[in-house]
Design a protein around this ligand. Structure first.
Ligand SMILES: [Fe+2]
Length: 184
């Protein structure tokens, strides 16, 4: 028996399409699990004069992203698949590196989170396009999660703007590069 053979899926959906959607959702599940753990790590490691504001801003994001992971995993199961939610599967199957900043200032973490959110949101938008022809119910879930993620990204970016509205991260593409751009 093939490892991923579906025993059933939702009515009206082709089983091959269901498997494609399940694979795509598995990648979103890893992204959401990685993000809520990373956000908690930031919650614990920020330091500096704006500690309490940023420390407290992060927790509702952790809760919301945990709820996203739950919804994605349950959608996988609804479609007839088996969600993989263990840390080992996440580390083995993710296509990005672990968050690289430890104890650091609020500005450095927010700059790094700007890069993290850019990656997550870009891949969510790609997933929305992919499911457009396959399953509008899954697409609806991904759209509403992206809406929330983009809102949280704005919360992060609002801390990084100068008075002219420019981001102090200077288009840095790595977490450490972004953190460096705002430090000192
Ligand atoms: Fe806490």
């Amino acid at each position: 028996m093939a490892k991923n053979k579906l025993h059933y899926t939702v009515p009206g959906l082709d089983e091959g399409d269901a498997q494609t959607i399940i694979d795509l959702l598995q990648s979103r599940l890893h992204a959401a699990n990685d993000l809520h753990l990373t956000l908690k790590h930031v919650h614990w490691n920020v330091v500096g004069p704006h500690f309490i504001a940023v420390h407290q801003m992060i927790d509702p994001q952790v809760e919301a992203v945990r709820a996203m992971a739950d919804a994605i995993a349950e959608r996988i199961a609804t479609l007839g698949g088996a969600p993989r939610g263990t840390p080992g599967a996440l580390v083995e199957e993710r296509t990005w590196n672990d968050y690289s900043i430890g104890r650091a200032t609020t500005q450095e973490h927010l700059a790094a989170l700007d890069v993290t959110y850019q990656g997550v949101i870009t891949s969510y938008r790609e997933a929305i396009k992919t499911v457009d022809d396959l399953d509008l119910v899954t697409q609806d879930m991904l759209i509403s999660q992206t809406d929330q993620l983009e809102l949280f990204h704005w919360f992060v970016r609002a801390h990084l703007e100068d008075q002219g509205g420019n981001l102090k991260t200077n288009d840095a593409s790595t977490e450490s590069g972004a953190a460096q751009a705002v430090s000192g």
